[in-house]
Ligand binder design. Structure first.
Ligand code: ADP
Ligand code: MG
Length: 723
């Protein structure tokens, strides 16, 4: 999904942007960065490489990470170690260059009438020495640190108070991120500030408004131009706050406008398949085959789906359901709706194992019902494949379950009415889009995800989909008991596993992928495996091992042994994370649990607790834990609720990492934050919705200001995606 502010998009794909950008910003802002005062070719290279700043306009979007109030001048006496950055005014004397070994440092005494502070430099000694004037009054600025019982300040920034007075940016000073390399070459936050200052103070600096007047006045937003000035050089903290709100809103607003446009287009332009009736297949299954009572949540979601598919408008719905909430049966019953209306349905899973499992589950649920089903994966034999292709094209085959193999061009449906994508986050947008093209009319699409997505994230990532949640587990499930143990309790842990195996249960032991090195990961896994085998020796016990390096066939083989109960312990990496269903497994041991992210821990834990037995999750960790790791483990021990965990995860990690690289582009927010700006996200969505309801094509005069901006934005977007 390519969402993100228009302009950010442009700056990243420069070659396509000339036409568009020329209408969106004036000549001045399109100037290559090397032409800015104080930049030049060398610095320009750095800015391009390290900050992706190519033009004046790009620099404008390099927002400060915070501001420092420089109107307050502290005294040396006031320094108590609690302040971070502060500003002092006084004179400097007693410069000394000290040498220890190969390194040199320069020290000086700063005196302001209340006390003396030592200043220290490790770099640029010569320059500092030459430029410091004794007995002159300086404003110094920096972070005091405690050293041998007294305070000093390393690399303070020095300023002439009179000169500072003359400049507007004196009081509330922006701090900018810069890379280590930039700093080493003297291109630091301060220099960036100076560049920004000359950029914004040029009479040619101009920015067109892009929000409707109505919104601006209701929220008391400053103009776009004012906002950009204030975000860098605010006159006071109030205007900083207003500028920040406006720019965040703007960013979120255009994302929502775009998503909602997609949604509207889909419902207005695209003809949907009408699945009008509920017929024999659905009814027979419901009354005679369904082995349990549906939960209220399952019923509700089925109703929502039913509501969608009978309208004649293409459904595009995301179903979120925590692990074990029973998504498969909802998927199956939706497929039966398609069948009852003489359409075909398919269900796509991200891995071979999962596809097989779905197929097996679905066959098991349908029992002897006369529904033609088939499984198509990379392993399907040529002969079988040929048969499937033919039966699909003739319309004889009603349900096809499979992996990516399902979207190959050779696979042609007679009349595909519903496509279900399971464990969505493993599929790219492109792959889903290909599904869409499998028919003359786009089939209804149901995306299912077992990783609950916090509301604000869902709104931003999947804002063009309708969403449903299966937010209830089937009755009678015993909540998984989760404990956190330190490595020192390993023997007790083994003892517990032994007991469970005596009771006939099976156990997973999962090792982390060590990011720095595949080799290390493999090593820790193999060592783990060996120690488990020593602890649980053959022939009494049998241990399986599955990891990413195994050939698919070997992986299958090992998995199958465990699924069939031939082995009691499965030692694995996270390859078993998604979807595997072995109801007899009742213990999940996660080694080095502190190395896993929250949602991953939750997914792993979801592999147990799928049967009637009490299940357990044991999080093993070392003694040294970071604050974040401690919080993750604590959250896991305290709750089984996937939505709570997802919220906590979002707060801890931020959205980018939550969804992985594939989708981080969609979350490449410059200023807004999905975890912190929930309120603004709602506002932006509401406002965008209101505008589009009144003026779907943004043709009214009042929407002029956003029209150009938005229409051009659309031109660069790829149409023909399904989410
Ligand atoms: P997930 O949402 O994780 O894909 P599944 O569809 O695999 O969950 O369902 C988990 C287990 O719960 C399966 O064994 C399934 O048969 C069972 N199940 C699903 N719905 C119900 C229900 N309403 N009552 C009892 N058991 C159910
Ligand atoms: Mg599932």
């Amino acid at each position: 999904m390519v969402v993100g502010l228009l302009l950010f998009f442009y700056t990243k794909s420069r070659h396509r942007t000339n036409f568009v950008t020329s209408q969106l910003m004036n000549e001045y802002l399109r100037t290559p960065i090397e032409y800015l005062k104080g930049v030049g070719p060398t610095r320009a290279e750095l800015l391009k490489k390290d900050l992706e700043v190519f033009t004046f306009h790009d620099l404008l979007f390099h927002f400060p990470y915070r501001h420092i109030d420089r109107s307050r001048i502290y005294t040396v006496k006031e320094i108590d170690g609690s302040q971070s950055f502060l500003q002092l005014k006084g004179t400097i004397s007693n410069l000394r260059t000290l040498t220890s070994g190969k390194s040199q440092r320069l020290t000086a005494e700063f005196f302001d009438g209340t006390g003396v502070l030592e200043l220290v430099w490790f770099q640029g000694l010569k320059w500092v020495r030459e430029s410091l004037k004794p007995n002159k009054t300086y404003l110094i600025f920096g972070k005091p640190s405690e050293f041998n019982g007294s305070f000093n300040m390393v690399h303070p920034s020095l300023e002439d108070p009179e000169e500072l007075q003359a400049k507007k940016y004196a009081h509330i000073m922006p701090l900018y991120n810069c890379s280590e390399k930039m700093k080493a070459r003297g291109l630091d936050s301060r220099q960036l500030m100076k560049m920004m200052h000359s950029l914004l103070n040029d009479p040619r600096f101009e920015l067109e408004e892009n929000l409707p007047e109505d919104i601006r006045s209701r929220y008391k937003f400053p103009s776009r131009k004012e906002a950009f000035i204030s975000i860098h050089f605010p006159a006071d903290f109030g205007s900083l706050q207003q500028a920040t709100q406006r720019l965040k809103f703007e960013e979120l607003f255009f994302i929502q406008l775009r998503l909602l446009r997609y949604k509207m287009k889909r419902t207005q332009v695209v003809n949907g398949i009408r699945l009008e009736k509920i017929g024999d297949a659905f009814n027979t299954f419901y009354s005679s085959y369904l082995p349990f009572e549906l939960t209220q949540a399952q019923k509700r979601v089925l109703k929502e789906i039913r509501g969608d598919v009978k309208r004649g408008i293409q459904m595009n719905r995301l179903v979120q359901g925590d692990v074990g909430s029973g998504k498969t049966v909802v998927a199956l019953m939706s497929m039966l709706m398609a069948i009852d209306n003489s359409y075909q349905a398919c269900m796509m899973a991200p891995t071979e194992i999962l596809a097989q499992q779905h197929f097996k589950t679905i066959r098991g649920l349908l029992k002897d019902m006369p529904v033609e089903t088939a499984l198509l994966t990379g392993n399907t034999s040529a002969k079988e494949r040929k048969k499937i292709h033919a039966e699909l094209e003739s319309g004889q085959l009603q349900i096809l379950v499979g992996t990516h193999a399902l979207i190959e061009d050779k696979v042609k449906f007679a009349n595909l009415g519903l496509a279900i994508v399971d464990e969505q986050h493993r599929f790219g947008v492109e792959q889903r889009a290909r599904l869409w093209q499998k028919n003359k009319y786009p089939p209804h699409v149901l995306v299912m995800t077992a990783t609950p997505i916090p509301r604000t994230l869902a709104m931003t990532l999947y804002g063009d989909l309708d969403t449903s949640a299966i937010d209830e587990l089937p009755a009678g499930r015993k909540p998984i008991q989760t404990v956190h143990r330190f490595d020192s309790s390993r023997l007790q842990m083994f003892g517990f596993i032994r007991q469970q195996i005596e009771l006939g249960r099976q156990v997973y032991i999962v090792y982390p992928l060590i990011e720095e090195s595949e080799k290390l990961s493999y090593k820790s896994l193999v060592e783990g495996y060996e120690s488990i085998c020593r602890e649980f020796p053959a022939p009494k016990y049998a241990v399986s091992m599955v990891h990413g390096k195994l050939k698919p066939a070997d992986k299958e083989f090992e998995m199958k042994r465990f699924v069939k109960g031939e082995t009691q312990i499965m030692v694995a990496t996270t390859v078993i994370e998604v979807g595997v269903n072995v109801p007899n497994a009742s213990v999940m041991v996660i080694e080095s649990a502190e190395k896993f992210g929250l949602s991953q821990l939750h997914q792993l834990r979801g592999r147990v607790g799928r049967g009637a037995d009490q299940s357990y999750c044991i999080l093993m960790s070392g003694n040294e834990l970071s604050a974040d790791a401690r919080l993750r483990l604590k959250t896991m021990v305290e709750t089984n609720d996937g939505f709570k965990i997802a919220e906590a995860d979002l707060k801890l990690r931020g959205p980018g990492e939550l969804e992985g690289k594939a989708q981080s582009g969609a979350l490449d927010l410059k200023i807004a934050s999905i975890s912190e700006d929930a309120g603004l996200i709602e506002l932006a969505r509401n406002e965008a919705g209101k505008i589009l309801n009144n003026d779907p094509n943004l043709e009214l005069d009042v929407n002029k200001s956003l029209q150009l901006y938005f229409n051009l934005y659309q031109q660069t977007a790829k149409w023909g995606r399904i989410s």
